[in-house]
Design a binder for this molecule. Structure first.
Ligand code: ADP
Ligand code: ADP
Length: 226
């Protein structure tokens, strides 16, 4: 758990596109925060810059009381779920969820324990020995979430994690996501271009436009008709 503080952050791609442009933003400890806006406005780039997957061209990112601007992604204690989940097809659900622990050389008993607990909280308990190919889209999405939170990260970054689901599964996934976030109290930044999704999930919403924040507030503030 941690607050995220972004000061005058810019991310410029080698082709000169200024995808994030002198952006200021503070996200509270434990907040569920949505980044909303049309395709190309810079949401993914902002998320990737917080994660350290893109290098900031200017400004700073702090997580908790640490300025992480120059930290490698692995040292930021951030978990990220992408649009395409990227599960390992040859591993079981249990092995997928425990993978981050394996990489960190945690004991096998600990890997198993965390996989079981995390799977349980996302209603995947009966599926631990299956492989991703034997799961529905909604189940795969929950495995990706479980894998992301298996390490005790400070921050959870979600890049349109529900966009590949049909309408019914999306509703179900929203419920899981909200419950998970509440259970572990993790600071969450959620990228979407779907207003209903932001409205259903977020404590606060930032609407982005051309690399900047155009509007910021509670769902009620942001969606109130003028
Ligand atoms: P969003 O997530 O809101 O759709 P992106 O962050 O993906 O927006 O993109 C913001 C801008 O940066 C767009 O103009 C996009 O074309 C550009 N962009 C994204 N990724 C790259 C990249 N790897 N190289 C160059 N330009 C990029
Ligand atoms: P998103 O909106 O979620 O970023 P996109 O379809 O815009 O998805 O981008 C998919 C991939 O292509 C990303 O890895 C992004 O960095 C890259 N990309 C996007 N725009 C550009 C661009 N103008 N030049 C180079 N790469 C880009």
């Amino acid at each position: 758990m941690a607050r995220i503080k972004i000061d005058q952050l810019s991310t410029v791609y080698p082709n000169g596109v200024r995808a994030v442009d002198s952006l200021d933003l503070e996200i509270a400890d434990g907040e569920f925060f949505a980044l909303l806006g049309p395709s190309g406005c810079g949401k993914t780039t902002l998320l990737r810059t917080i994660a350290g997957l893109e290098q900031a061209s200017g400004g700073s990112v702090s997580i908790g009381d640490k300025d992480v601007t120059s930290f490698e992604p692995g040292r930021r204690n951030v978990a990220m779920v992408f649009q395409d989940y990227a599960l390992f097809p040859h591993m079981t659900v249990s092995e997928n969820i425990a993978y981050p622990l394996k990489v960190r050389r945690q004991p096998k008993t600990r890997q198993r324990e965390v996989a079981e607990r995390t799977a349980g909280s996302l209603s995947l308990g009966g599926l631990l020995e299956r492989r991703p190919g034997q799961l529905s889209g909604g189940q795969q999405q929950r495995v990706a979430l479980a894998r992301a939170v298996a390490i005790d990260a400070d921050v959870l970054l979600l890049d349109e994690p529900l966009s590949n689901l049909d309408a019914r599964l999306r509703l179900e996934a929203r419920t899981f996501l909200k419950r998970l976030q509440k259970d572990i109290g993790i600071t969450t930044v959620f990228v979407t271009h779907d207003q209903a999704e932001a409205l259903a999930l977020a404590d606060r919403i930032a609407v982005m436009e051309a690399g900047r924040i155009r509007q910021l507030g509670s769902p009620r503030d942001v969606f109130r008709r003028p």
